[in-house]
Design a protein around this ligand. Structure first.
Ligand code: NAD
Ligand code: WQD
Length: 338
């Protein structure tokens, strides 16, 4: 019985493949490497001492998907593949709809025709838009503020319609809060493409001297220190959440959404201080204007995932920052040779 992992060479996918291999599951990855490197999965195999199979290809390639499903005994699909840059999605929205929405429809059609109905999807806390209050519970109203977010909400809606149409579907929609950190080996982590959009990769590059200072996007929010508050979640905890969700989809019919977060919010300045401590060096920063589209505060109520999936984030901020720093300092150019 094989788990097909789309986008398995990426940041969250590679950490999830590592946990799947450690759990002795049989893993087949499909990735087109549009935002990743083959080296991540080589390292996953090296760390675990186990092998997985990798197919270079695209989730939009229906013939390839049919071939993959017919040649392998696939039981479940964990679907990470997609484009994820919010700013870019406002510039090239069609690419986002084609990759994230059409690509997922093609994948779901191939699954249906192959009789594979267990599906774990990478959704995002972005589907809550600007929440009216925190912590965020799964039953909050859904809305989006950018094309990337819309692709996540559209796929969620598609999954809900699908599960309503046919009770064989068993779908977990995992709404990630803010993944950060890296595997404790320091050998796999996040490799941002170009200038990092996200906070922790940006701070990491300042710490290593690749960027001069961090721009803190606004200090006039209605938060304790005025900077934005988020629920940063260790990527290894997040990866383990996928194994728990997979277990659940093996038994529970329907389509269910779960928040994967810690329940704890940290401000931008909290993150700067924690990274300074982990890396034992100052992180220069400047307060600048707000980033358009940002919200003040976003953190999860994770009790539903704990009750239903028996999952809880175990790793705190200190470990997250120490692991980010280990990855960054040991791999200043990510997976690329120096
Ligand atoms: P990532 O870019 O590192 O990984 C995505 C992977 O999918 C990459 O390896 C990429 O090459 C691959 N891919 C993209 N389009 C493909 C296609 N058409 N066919 C085959 N492979 C394709 O991103 P990540 O941070 O690991 O995120 C994984 C998933 O989680 C994404 O769907 C993302 O939207 C979602 N997500 C990420 C975050 C975050 O902050 N990192 C938060 C919430 C949700
Ligand atoms: C965190 C905080 C910024 C960079 C995004 C997506 C979301 C999800 C995760 C995929 C905010 C501040 C950031 C910088 C800063 N991705 N910041 N200077 O915006 O919560 O979420 O990534 O699904 O959909 O929107 O994460 O890491 O970009 O920002 O001050 O250089 O750090 O303003 O308060 P965000 P982030």
């Amino acid at each position: 019985m094989t788990v097909l992992v789309t986008g398995g060479a990426g940041y969250i996918g590679s950490h999830t493949c590592l946990e799947l291999l450690q759990d002795e599951q049989d893993v087949l990855v499909l990735d087109n490497y549009v935002n990743s490197s083959k080296e991540s999965l080589n390292r996953v195999m090296d760390i675990t001492g186990r092998t997985l199979r990798v197919i270079e290809g695209d989730i939009r390639d229906r013939a390839l998907l049919d071939q993959i499903f017919s040649k392998n005994d696939i039981e479940s699909v964990v679907h990470f593949a997609g484009l994820k840059a919010v700013g870019e999605s406002t510039q090239i929205p069609l690419d986002y709809f084609e990759n994230n929405v059409s690509g997922t429809v093609t994948l779901l059609q191939a699954m249906k025709d192959a009789g594979v109905f267990n599906f774990v999807f990478s959704s995002s806390a972005t589907v809550y838009g600007d929440p009216h209050t925190v912590p965020i519970v799964e039953t909050f109203p859904l809305s989006v503020t950018n094309p990337y977010g819309r692709t996540k909400l559209m796929v969620e809606d598609i999954c809900r319609d699908l599960a309503a149409s046919d009770s064989r579907w068993k779908i977990a929609l995992l709404r990630y809060f803010n993944p950060a950190g890296a595997h404790s080996s320091g050998r796999i982590g996040e490799q941002p493409n170009g200038i990092p959009n996200n906070l922790v990769p940006y701070i990491s590059q300042v710490a290593i001297g690749q960027r001069e200072f961090l721009s803190v996007f606004g200090d006039d929010y209605d938060t304790p220190d005025g900077t934005g508050v988020r629920d940063y979640l260790h990527v290894v905890d997040l990866a383990i959440g996928h194994l728990k969700a997979l277990e659940k989809t093996r038994v529970q019919e329907g389509c269910v959404a779960y928040n994967l977060g810690t329940g704890q919010g940290y401000s931008v300045l909290d993150m700067v201080k924690a990274f300074e401590k982990a890396a034992d060096r100052p992180i220069p920063y400047k307060i600048t204007t707000r980033r358009p589209g940002d919200i003040a505060c976003c953190y999860a109520d994770p009790t539903f995932a704990e009750a239903e999936l028996n999952w809880k984030a175990e790793r705190g901020l200190e470990e997250m920052m120490a692991d980010s720093w280990r990855w960054q300092s040991q791999n200043p150019n990510g997976y690329d040779p120096a």
